[in-house]
Write a protein that binds this ligand. Structure first.
Ligand code: SAM
Length: 189
């Protein structure tokens, strides 16, 4: 399969159906402990928009994705919402935010791309800005449904993020299986 799983209407519709009962409510609870209500926040890789909706209850959220199919879905479902077409690495926007959030997006970046994204995230955050990102825990990488998937450990995440961020916590949590995921919370240096 080609690497276009998030790019065709058919597969995006399939993803939205498969992910309908999955959300980042518990991750957002952790974010709420470190980011003041009503802050501005950028969500990277909003996908179906489930977390975008939850975040919008507490924050002034800008959703984003690099997939036009997901963006069309997000805009149709939330005509009054703010959405940008953004790549997670280049993050080409003039806007600045108090926080940046992503749920199971950054694992699609190669190591070198993640390093670039983290540098850019630091640049588009206001001073004292916060980040909250989830990852799949593990070693190495693989191709799944034609998509690159990079696994991380507390050690690999610390190495990449500590240059530009003070890491507040990296916690294991369960998405499908015990401790299959990691949640990183950090503040801009
Ligand atoms: C596994 S889905 C997660 C979607 C959503 N965050 C959720 O929790 O359901 C990954 C999402 O990241 C987006 N994505 C993948 N690579 C990206 C990139 N380089 N830049 C921006 N978005 C990306 C995909 O289009 C998709 O919406």
């Amino acid at each position: 399969m080609k690497g276009d799983y998030y790019k065709t209407k058919e597969s995006v519709d399939e993803y939205i159906k498969l992910a309908k009962d999955v959300n980042g409510k518990l991750l957002i609870e952790k974010l709420k402990n470190i980011l003041q209500y009503n802050s501005t926040i950028l969500e990277i890789g909003s996908g179906p928009g489930t977390d975008w909706e939850i975040l919008s209850e507490f924050y002034e959220v800008t959703g984003s994705d690099n997939s036009n199919e997901f963006l069309n879905h997000l805009i149709n479902k939330n005509p009054n919402g703010k959405f940008l077409e953004l790549d997670a690495v280049s993050l080409k926007t003039e806007m600045k935010f108090d926080g940046i959030y992503s749920n199971k997006v950054m694992h699609h970046l190669k190591d070198i791309e993640l390093i670039g994204s983290v540098k850019r995230q630091n640049e588009i955050l206001n001073s004292n800005g916060k980040i909250c990102h989830s990852f799949w825990k593990g070693e190495g990488s693989e191709i799944f449904k034609g998509l690159f998937v990079n696994y991380h450990s507390i050690a690999t995440l610390t190495k990449v993020f500590e240059k530009y961020f003070k890491i507040l916590s990296i916690e294991e949590y369960k998405e499908f299986d015990k401790n299959d995921s990691l949640l990183l919370l950090a503040t801009k240096k």
